[in-house]
Design a protein around this ligand. Structure first.
Ligand SMILES: C[S@@+](CC[C@H](N)C(=O)[O-])C[C@H]1O[C@@H](n2cnc3c(N)ncnc32)[C@H](O)[C@@H]1O
Length: 194
């Protein structure tokens, strides 16, 4: 019988409530979508928070945008299950799943127009290495591949690991021809050519 690894998933044994003063990235992303009048687009969102504000507000906005989001927190995932049970309409436009972003696989992702990697590098540790998880740059390149031409990857400049995000952005430009599309509030936008 094959030996089983003893490694455990590097999940987030915590939960995050909305706190605009400390972490406004989700709210700024919603402002960005609203200001640009984005409609009919596919969004991948890293880090739901227990508030699930990106999925909820996007559904409410009625602009036919879709959100697929990941959380590494059991509590945040449970919160999504409760939200969906109480409001099944949410399921048409907002799906959240539990997992480690660093196990992403292009074959399991849809074509996308916006990808938020707001927490890139924040929780990527040796624990992820113990089960062969991807690096931040590898994850960035997978999402770059899934982006439609002209699609965008956004980072959060207020992240304590923004230096990691900056290196991923540089790799997107050097290896995939992305353009630095500048800042919007606390966000940094990189645009795929096309
Ligand atoms: C500090 S909270 C911020 C939540 C929300 N974006 C906000 O600003 O209010 C970090 C979020 O990133 C998620 N996260 C961190 N590392 C992750 C990983 N490796 N895979 C998936 N989600 C991750 C956590 O589950 C959590 O939702």
């Amino acid at each position: 019988m094959a030996a089983h690894s003893m490694a455990k998933l590097n999940h987030w044994n915590s939960t995050w409530t909305l706190d605009e003063a400390q972490c406004p990235c989700d709210l700024h992303f919603l402002d960005y979508l609203a200001e640009q009048r984005v409609s009919g687009r596919n969004i991948f969102h890293m880090g739901t928070g227990v508030h699930h504000i990106v999925g909820l507000k996007t559904a409410d906005a009625g602009r036919n945008n879709q959100v697929l989001a990941i959380t590494a927190s059991r509590d945040e995932y449970t919160a999504y299950i409760d939200l969906l049970i109480d409001d099944p309409r949410l399921g048409f436009s907002y799906k959240a799943y539990f997992g480690d972003l660093y196990q992403s696989d292009a074959r399991m992702l849809p074509a996308l127009d916006y990808v938020t990697l707001f927490h890139a590098g924040e929780y990527r540790t040796a624990e992820n290495d113990s089960y062969g998880a991807l690096t931040d740059e590898q994850v960035g390149l997978i999402f770059a591949e899934k982006l439609n031409p002209g699609g965008e990857i956004l980072f959060y400049t207020g992240s304590f690991a923004y230096d990691v995000a900056g290196r991923v952005g540089a790799a997107l430009m050097a290896k995939r021809g992305f353009a630095d599309a500048g800042r919007y509030k606390s966000l940094h936008v990189f645009k795929k050519p096309g």
